[in-house]
Design a protein. Structure first.
Lengths: 203, 195
């Protein structure tokens, strides 16, 4: 039954890819994926928190009393979130401003607490690290993909860190952007269609 | 009973370690965060207020302790004379705190400009305080002894239509800043000689 470290990592990329298979962590998935950049930035911040809290919780899993485990998990998670918040404010200020309130809201992201409770509190440090990183990378890729779909349809562009720009209008000059895709309804429609596609492909 | 003690001990230790760690992260990133805010939030406001200055106001800055707050002052050299300073204060707006940067000419005791830095006002109404230059332009060349009020309250500033509370808040903040300015003018005049 025991899976190898590699399997623990790769399950987060497809079998248990968070927003599509587990359908968890939807608040930032819908809220910030107006562009690839925002999606990836949010995903990376979550990955850091996820990996950090998974490592620490699996280290402390025999010390934390069962009755107050959720409180302990939340303290650990909140600490990592505030670290991320400070680091982003210090080094990627503009991204920090765009993501706004969604960064502090990582604390209540069900994926993070879910992995802590369901995985890290029952497994050793190596599988927990692999699990955290895998789920985190899967989440980052999902947000990036949804962001890409919304940005290209809604705005006709694809920008990564400002350097790598692509403009759809240069290929199809008559392209008119579907502006609603970068607004709130576009998030639901985009996510719905991607869920549909992923379910159709199956395992 | 043993369980109880264990819970308390674990939670206490976790919280204090987390507190200590966060305090050091906060200290470690403080300077860098301040730089980023200077660059992206205050920088543009300072540049509009101290337009035509030959130095870089963001590097030429100093701090003065005013009561229990430490304020940063930005020095602008206009026409070769370092006689203009800009600084930021906060007031209560309609949707939250409003940050207002004001520029004052020390020789003439005149406002050289006002600019809103941060706010959470209603887009399209109160947010115009930041976006519409004709509102902030009204403050230019007012004397520091004028009372800054909107026309409804008997002053000279035309409020943004539909956003009286925001307009009042900006006026109040400018007024408060001018009070601060008058209080610490001797100190400012002393500091500014270095530039």
């Amino acid at each position: 039954m025991a899976k190898s470290i590699v399997q623990e990592f790769t399950k987060g990329l497809w079998q248990e890819i968070p927003p599509f298979r587990l359908v968890l962590g939807l608040c930032p998935t819908l809220g910030v994926t107006t562009s690839v950049e925002n999606g990836l930035g949010m995903g990376l911040a979550t990955t850091f928190v996820l990996a950090g809290s998974n490592i620490l919780i699996s280290l402390l899993r025999n010390i934390i009393p069962a009755k107050v485990r959720i409180a302990c998990f939340i303290i650990i998670i909140a600490t990592f979130v505030i670290i991320v918040e400070h680091l982003m404010q210090a080094y990627t200020y503009q991204l920090f401003q765009t993501l706004g309130v969604f960064i502090p809201l990582i604390v209540v992201n069900c994926i993070v607490l879910g992995r802590a409770e369901a995985f890290a509190s029952k497994n050793g440090i190596l599988p927990s690290t692999a699990d955290g990183l895998g789920i985190g990378v899967g989440y980052t890729l999902s947000l990036g993909a949804l962001g890409a779909v919304r940005e290209i349809l809604g705005n006709g562009t694809l920008t990564i860190w400002g350097d790598l720009g692509f403009n759809l209008a240069s290929v199809f000059p008559s392209f008119q952007p579907f502006t609603f895709m970068v607004q709130a309804p576009g998030a639901f429609i985009g996510l719905g269609l991607m869920l549909c596609a992923i379910n159709a492909i199956g395992d | 009973m043993n369980d109880m003690i264990k819970m308390v001990v674990v939670l206490t230790i976790l919280s204090s370690v987390s507190g200590g760690l966060l305090a050091s992260v906060h200290d470690g990133t403080k300077a860098q965060i301040e730089n980023q805010q200077l660059k992206f939030v205050k920088g543009p406001a300072i540049k509009t207020i101290l337009k035509g200055s030959t130095n870089d106001p963001i590097t030429d800055r100093f701090k003065i302790q005013d009561g229990d707050v430490e304020r940063s002052f930005f020095v602008g050299k206009i026409d070769g004379k370092a006689n203009t300073i800009a600084f930021e204060s906060f007031g209560k707006g309609f949707g939250g705190d409003i940050g207002v940067m004001i520029g004052v000419n020390l020789d003439e005791d005149k406002l050289v400009g006002v600019s809103v830095t941060t706010h959470s006002e209603t887009p399209g109404l109160g947010a115009k305080a930041k976006e519409d230059p004709s509102f902030s332009a009204q403050f230019k060349s007012l004397s520091t002894n004028d009372s800054i009020k909107v026309t409804n309250d008997g002053g000279s500033i035309n409020a943004i239509s539909g956003a009286t509370i925001t307009s009042r808040a900006v006026c109040d903040t400018v007024g408060k800043s001018l009070e601060t300015y008058k209080k610490i003018k001797p100190q400012l005049a002393e500091q500014i000689k270095a530039f």
